[in-house]
Design a protein around this ligand. Sequence first.
Ligand SMILES: NC(=O)c1ccc[n+]([C@@H]2O[C@H](COP(=O)([O-])OP(=O)(O)OC[C@H]3O[C@@H](n4cnc5c(N)ncnc54)[C@H](OP(=O)(O)O)[C@@H]3O)[C@@H](O)[C@H]2O)c1
Length: 150
Amino acid sequence: MSNFTAGKLAEFELFTDVKPAVNQVDLNVFNQQPDDLKFMQDRHIQPEAWGPFAEGKHGIFTDPTLTKIGQQYGKTPAQVALRWLLQRGVVVIPKSTHEPRMVENMAVFDFTLTDADMAAIEAINLNASTIDHEVTPALIDRFLTIRVHD
Ligand SMILES: NC(=O)c1ccc[n+]([C@@H]2O[C@H](COP(=O)([O-])OP(=O)(O)OC[C@H]3O[C@@H](n4cnc5c(N)ncnc54)[C@H](OP(=O)(O)O)[C@@H]3O)[C@@H](O)[C@H]2O)c1
C-alpha cells in the first residue's frame, strides 16, 4: 500500500479480505503521525517511511535537537533522524544521489537512542505533511481526465 491513512486502511480492512503487508507513508521527525503508526502496528502492517528526511525541508540536516543528540554518538542529524524511525519500528527508504551520503545513511545500526533522546525528538514534531498540495475535488477531477492507453 502507499499513502493509506488509518481511515483508508480501516475501509480497506472492512471491505476486502486482503491483508496489507507494507504501507509506505510520509513519516519523518517533522511528521510523526503517532496514531496512524499505532494503527498499522496493531494490525501487523509494516510501516515504511518515504521521505524519511522530509525531503530536506524544515532544516532537518542542521536541526539543533538532532545535532545535539548526534554529537553524543558521533552521528549526523541525518543518521539520528533515520535511527529514530527505525527504533519506532519503521522501515526507512532515504534517497541520496551521493555515494558518501548513501554510506552515511546505512551506518545507523551501531548506536541506540535512549528513551530521553526519543522523547526529545518527539517534541520537534510539526505535524507537517511533506506534500505541499491538498487533495481537492479539482485535483481529483484533473486526475480523472488522465487516460490510460492499452
Ligand atoms: N510513495 C510515495 O508517495 C512517495 C512519495 C515521495 C517519495 N517517495 C520515495 O521515497 C524515497 C525517498 O524520498 P525523497 O527523495 O522524496 O526524500 P528524502 O529521502 O526524505 O530526502 C532526500 C533528500 O535528502 C538529501 N540527503 C540524503 N541523504 C542525506 C544526508 N546524509 N545528508 C544530507 N542530505 C541528504 C538528498 O540529497 P542528495 O540526493 O543530493 O544527496 C535529497 O535532497 C524515494 O525513493 C522516493 O521515490 C515515495
